[in-house]
Design a protein around this ligand. Structure first.
Ligand SMILES: [Zn+2]
Ligand SMILES: [Zn+2]
Length: 182
């Protein structure tokens, strides 16, 4: 069997439940064919905007860039805080397209956050979908017109719940090609 040439680092801004990380670690390793290594240190959230009561996604990505171990091919950070981008009410995550870093906010993915009944399976599915989406961007994938493809843009939970963690045919092909370069 071919030895994997690298790993994806998994870290967090502020505390994130270890069992969520463990679930995502296994699922992401399977989907990207790379080991996911949980990085020890917890990063302090940056980019707080007191007027919006949210954190700027871009600031988190810049911070993650500095904190990323040099030998990680990609680094994904999770956070429970709410993220925004200029011109948008909120974002579920952000990534450098074709870069190394990605961040996903779990804040709005908890069903309780939008007045739904607690639902662990639904929450974990949403988290996985958003993580696959943002990591997909780091492998150069852009937004997809197909609503069922994980690379379709999520303006809200409706889109996230409609799409699954799977790629459309074309994006699966692009991901395989990108992974072959790792
Ligand atoms: Zn996107
Ligand atoms: Zn697609």
């Amino acid at each position: 069997m071919k030895e994997p040439k690298g790993f994806i680092g998994l870290t967090r801004f502020g505390p994130v439940a270890a069992e969520i990380e463990e679930h995502l670690r296994c699922e992401l390793a399977r989907r990207f064919g790379l080991p996911i290594r949980r990085l020890g240190e917890e990063l302090a959230p940056v980019g707080w905007n007191p007027e919006r009561q949210q954190y700027l996604g871009e600031a988190m990505l810049a911070e993650l860039h500095h904190a990323a171990p040099p030998d990680a091919v990609r680094v994904l950070a999770l956070t429970e805080v709410d993220l925004y981008a200029p011109e948008m009410d909120f974002i579920f995550g952000q990534a450098e397209v074709g870069g190394r870093t990605a961040i996903v906010s779990l804040h709005r993915l908890h069903p309780e956050a939008s007045g739904e009944a607690p639902n662990r399976i639904l929450f974990l599915r949403r988290a996985l979908v958003e993580c696959v989406h943002e990591l997909g961007h780091t492998f150069g994938l852009v937004h997809c017109p197909f609503a069922s493809c994980v690379m379709h843009f999520s303006e809200g939970l409706e889109e996230t719940d409609r799409k699954g963690p799977g790629f459309c045919h074309e994006h699966a092909r692009q991901l395989r090609a990108a992974l072959a370069q790792v």
